[in-house]
Design a protein around this ligand. Sequence first.
Ligand SMILES: Nc1ncnc2c1ncn2[C@@H]1O[C@H](COP(=O)(O)OP(=O)(O)OP(=O)(O)O)[C@@H](O)[C@H]1O
Ligand SMILES: [Mg+2]
Length: 461
Amino acid sequence: MTTHDSSPYPEPGNRVAELTLLYQFSNTMLSTIRLNKLTHLILTAITTPSSNLFERAILFLRNEKSDVLQGMLGITRQLSEGLQIVGDQDILGSRWEISDEIISRQRSTDFSMHVRQIRIDIDGPCLLIHKLFGERNPCRSDDIPCQTCQVCHFIRPTCSGSFVAVPLVCHENILGVIVVDNPDSGRNISDAHVNFLRLFANQAGMAIENSMLYNRIEEAHLNLKDARERLLHGERMAAIGEVAANLVHELKNPLVSIGGFAGRLLKSLPTETPQHHYADTIVSEVSRLEKMLGEILAFSRKPTICFSRCDLNEIIQDCLTNCATTFEDHNIKISVSGCDGRWSVSGDAHQLKQVFLNLILNACDVMPEGGELSFTLDTGETLQGKKTVIVCIEDSGGGIRKEMLPQIFNPFFTTKNHGTGLGLAIANRIILNHLGSIEAHNTAKGAAFTITLPLAERINS
Ligand SMILES: Nc1ncnc2c1ncn2[C@@H]1O[C@H](COP(=O)(O)OP(=O)(O)OP(=O)(O)O)[C@@H](O)[C@H]1O
Ligand SMILES: [Mg+2]
């Protein structure tokens, strides 16, 4: 690839010269697919000193959802020197190029930042925009007594001459608008320049449309990749569940025998002997293993939910009563807020209780020397038309290491010597089955788990 300085731009009005310029532009468009770079190339090409076309250019793109013209970029002649011509020595085989450094310089000017704040309502009172969208032709500011929109307020005071706005049309759609003016010299924009700008804008419109389509395809591709990964993850989890279920089944029977015989030994051995202590250890470890295997089996089974109207306030109070002695032993201070009313959800009270118990047990594990555990219930954002309740459970146990946060809801992820790593995976599954969500984050003191559930109704609010 050869690089040469910007070629002498022909004076617009000269047909051969204009066609050469458009040809170069079309080569550039074919090799530039990123929208951001494209917008810089478009505006730099028409403001660069060698083109001698315009001293300033602004690009607006249409936001189809809100039907608003959104300021994207503004370039002045001082910052458009970096355009290079690369490729063949033959001008018809060459294209424009611009460095990342110049792109970032152009973006960070006050002018460009100001442009990015401009929003113009397409159906608003601006006469220029009405004319532009109605006629789809370039429009001179002098022809219209418009002072109403942000563009007029922004450009008119700094521009002694007129400005020209041209629509970017592609397939009958107006994708955006380019506005040009000459604020330094105050030179009027000639008809020849306006005509050239119109041809240029047609090409720019097509290039922008292609780039937007490419972006949409890329986004769809990423979504598809994401969905495929989630599917694979789901399949892997199902396979793990199956293996775990088989393993648990094989292990349970011998464990029952070991536990049973160890229990008999324990009864027959005199207390205060080492043998009694050994048998006692076998019995308690076997019962811990049995409990763990039970949990794994429960996780690998397809859960069934018995939906009924239940009150979260009651469920939480129930859990707190069950754990009262643990809190006392661990010197953990409990606080509850937002339990003044009834937070009714449609769900399985037994399973929801399991969620809160798993979270409470985790919190107790990280606060062996005491701490604070708070429960806050509040109204959440509407989810698919339904009101929601948010339960936030916050501890003061130091939090979860940042790199572990994405993994804690994975089955079998644990940092504990005797943990199965299923507590949060089970909680997550239960909440998802209740059409809610559970998230974890760190606070200044510890970890916070936020559960959002669709609300059946709230009485006595
Ligand atoms: N409140 C918390 N503070 C700090 N880390 C936590 C907290 N809750 C969970 N974790 C981390 O997340 C991991 C997974 O928790 P999870 O409840 O799924 O499994 P576990 O507690 O290790 O084992 P199990 O609950 O199956 O006995 C824990 O091992 C711990 O590292
Ligand atoms: Mg746990």
